[in-house]
Design a protein around this ligand. Structure first.
Ligand code: 8YV
Length: 285
């Protein structure tokens, strides 16, 4: 298909599964726009796109609330072992006695790695729980009252729930490594709703198996749709198949924005939501 039609294609949509790299761009010599269905665009080589004058767009804002809601849900589900207690009930365990007592959010400091739009929406939702909130980002976010850590290790030392909402890509690859997990400690809970690449999955399995950390809630994995089989055998993890934004309501809005970017582009009005690496102004047309 690409060999026959590649030279005609001027716009593509990506869900982030396939790498949109120089090799693919070589096969699409007329490519003008890559419209991403999702806020993260780590699967697109944006530097290469910028160099070739190709615009890259994503779907920010429309999914912020959904992913933030989901993150709070996954955090509570992991700490209170809600899916495990569902399995317990369904498999008849209750007849033999009550479900085990679980950990609690009540004695915890919450750390958020990544304070972009979604990180801030997560923090806002967690405020009413009355727990201290701290965060890591390269620079402090203006106007935020939470304690800031310029390095992830410092945040991991200071908190015992670490919620990861960092962008994927080379800069954050395996940022949550064995050292960070050790700093999180034996009472630590890791929640990842960002990208699997941000966490060293093998180090995580080690930490979960050896008591290095208490539990993990994971919506994303290094090699989706695959995940390390060891994870599936552990009782102290909650695993979901990358569904943070996965509601009818939000996916419809993401789809609308994905299409709107293509429509306005081919109408000559420029993209609606270009990523910062491929900015578009009327003059750049
Ligand atoms: C996916 C996401 O885009 O927005 C993102 O970056 O990871 C998700 O919303 C969605 O699963 C489509 O593949």
């Amino acid at each position: 298909m690409l060999a026959e039609r590649g030279a005609e294609i001027r716009g593509i949509v990506t869900r982030g599964r396939l790498p949109i790299n120089a090799a693919l761009m070589d096969r699409l010599p007329k490519l003008e726009i890559v419209s991403g269905f999702g806020v993260g665009y780590d699967s697109v080589d944006v530097a290469e796109a910028a160099r070739r004058g190709i615009v890259v767009t994503n779907t920010p804002d429309v999914l912020t609330d959904e992913v933030a809601d989901f993150t709070v849900g996954l955090t509570l589900a992991t700490i209170r072992e809600i899916p495990q207690s569902d399995v317990y009930l369904r498999s008849g365990g209750w007849n033999g006695g009550p479900f085990r007592l679980t950990a609690t959010l009540r004695d915890r400091t919450i750390g958020i790695a990544g304070m972009g739009r979604i990180g801030q929406a997560v923090a806002k939702r967690l405020e009413p729980f009355g727990r201290p909130i701290a965060y890591h980002s390269r620079r402090p976010v203006e106007g935020l009252g939470y304690r800031h850590f310029p390095d992830l290790l410092g945040l991991a030392q200071a908190c015992d729930v670490l919620i990861v909402i960092l962008p994927g890509g080379a800069a954050t690859n395996k940022a949550v490594n064995a050292e960070v997990l050790k700093a999180l400690g034996p009472n630590g809970v890791l929640i990842n709703v960002a990208r699997g690449s941000v966490v060293d999955e093998a180090a995580l399995v080690d930490a979960l198996t050896s008591g290095g950390i208490l539990a993990a809630g994971l919506d994303v994995f290094e090699r989706e749709p695959a995940y390390m089989p060891e994870l599936g055998r552990l009782a102290n993890v909650v695993l979901t198949p990358h569904v943070g934004s996965g509601t009818h309501w939000t996916r419809e809005r993401m789809a609308d924005l994905t299409v709107a970017n293509l429509e306005t582009w081919f109408d000559g009005k420029g993209p609606v939501t270009p990523v910062p690496e491929t900015p578009w102004t009327a003059q750049s047309a």
